[in-house]
Write a protein that binds this ligand. Structure first.
Ligand SMILES: CC(=O)SCCNC(=O)CCNC(=O)[C@H](O)C(C)(C)COP(=O)(O)OP(=O)(O)OC[C@H]1O[C@@H](n2cnc3c(N)ncnc32)[C@H](O)[C@@H]1OP(=O)(O)O
Ligand SMILES: O=C([O-])CC(=O)C(=O)O
Length: 371
């Protein structure tokens, strides 16, 4: 038995949710470019869960249901107040999502109907949790979610307490569409492994949030912003990046396990970053990002991934950088839950093997005889 490090190239599940074939990403067979330009996030979530785009009545029903479920149990909000104010935002979200299960009477109901309901609840409650946490740590009260508006609108409203501008809602909605699913990425795999033991959907999503947090995965969007803040000016891009490349350090937001010729989502976020910069009358972050891309692609052949331009976009939307990865989770919970539902439909325990590389023929040594 020989292990493949990082399971590179291993096909570990069959799925009909999203595909990456020859560098083209589709959700349920629809090219991401088409969805990014035309679909709302709620349409995409429905598509991922049900395998088809909703008709008008189905979409309206989903938006109404999301509004009904967005109110987080009071006990979970009380829990948020107890977290240290300087907690890592993804750790806070992971803890809060885990605690949602304690207040859901059907948390352990494994019927498909209950699991679909819980997927919608999780989709509705993650944005409310992230916004409430962000406000509570600043000494502000959580904002009651609105009914009848989409997730992007509601999230920005709950975060700021003010009606968001249309342009901000549209940008956020597109970012949510672009992050919704991505085949067997690490966090989705974690979710599937967890529920394949026939554990519950909350456990699956909690595992996934833990996996998304790392800087080699979703945490890279925050790390990109840390880098942009450290660089600070267009003039400093070249010496900063050159130094990192010379020291063989990784440049966050570049490279991908599956895409070798570029992530198809990045161009949409790049254009969004350019447009937001123009609207703000401040192109600095966009121009710094383009210069970083020129250097990293020019010297290493590495292309930006979904996390690279999302950092400048979210900053220009006024979002603090430690909420970038929680926003990724707000979108990806649609994909995680779709994969969990799919796993339950035809479940088998996921249990691969390890190649043993330790010593053989060892014996127990009494403690008094140990060196
Ligand atoms: C939503 C997402 O999860 S998208 C990915 C987000 N993560 C990041 O942006 C973090 C930075 N990128 C990376 O660490 C990697 O490219 C990953 C984790 C995304 C993919 O990793 P892997 O497929 O395991 O590639 P691996 O790390 O083995 O890299 C292959 C080679 O490219 C180099 N490389 C890969 N990414 C980068 C990078 N961002 N900067 C500099 N060099 C890089 C590696 O150092 C390695 O070089 P070597 O062969 O000389 O040792
Ligand atoms: O697929 C991956 O490995 C990471 C990624 O881009 C994502 O999860 O969106």
């Amino acid at each position: 038995m020989t292990a493949t490090k990082g399971l590179e190239g291993i096909v570990a599940a069959s799925s009909s949710i999203s595909s990456i074939i020859d560098g083209v990403l589709t959700y349920r067979g629809i090219n991401i470019d088409e969805l990014a330009e035309r679909a709302s996030f709620e349409e995409v979530a429905y598509l991922l869960w049900h395998g088809k785009l909703p008709n008008r009545a189905e979409l309206d029903a989903l938006i109404a249901q999301l509004g009904d479920y967005a109110k987080v149990p009071a006990e979970v909000i009380e829990g948020l107040r107890l977290y240290p104010k300087n907690s890592n935002a993804m750790a806070a979200l992971r803890t809060a999502v885990s605690s949602l299960a304690l207040y859901d009477a059907e948390a352990n109901d494994m019927s498909r109907e209950a699991n679909i309901r819980k997927a919608v609840k999780l989709q509705a409650q993650l944005p409310a949790l992230v916004a409430a946490y962000a406000r509570i740590r600043e000494g502000k009260e959580p904002v009651t979610p609105k009914k009848g508006v989409g997730i992007a609108h509601n999230f920005l409203y709950m975060l700021t307490g003010e009606e968001p501008a249309n342009v901000a809602v549209e940008a956020m909605d597109k970012a949510l569409v672009l992050h919704a699913d991505h085949e067997l990425n690490a966090s989705t795999f974690a979710a599937r492994v967890t529920v394949a033991t026939l554990s519950d959907i909350y456990s699956g999503v909690t595992s996934a949030i833990g996996a998304l947090k790392g800087p080699l995965h979703g945490g890279a969007n925050e790390a990109v912003m840390v880098m942009l803040d450290e660089i600070g000016s267009i003039a400093n891009v070249e010496p900063y990046i050159q130094n990192k490349l010379n020291n063989k350090e990784k440049i966050m937001g570049f490279g991908h396990r599956v895409y070798r010729n570029g992530d198809p989502r990045a161009k949409h976020l790049m254009e969004m970053s350019r447009q937001l910069g123009k609207l703000k009358g401040d192109m600095k972050l966009y121009e710094m990002s383009v210069k970083i891309e020129d250097l990293v692609t020019g010297q290493k052949g590495l292309k930006p991934n979904v996390d690279f331009y999302s950092a400048s976009c979210y900053t220009m939307l006024g979002i603090p950088r430690d909420l970038f990865t929680p926003i990724f989770a707000i979108s990806r919970v649609s994909g995680w839950t779709a994969h969990i539902l799919e796993q339950f439909e035809d479940n088998r325990l996921i249990r691969p093997r390890a190649e043993y590389v330790g010593p053989a023929d060892q014996h127990y040594v009494p403690i008094a005889e140990r060196g």
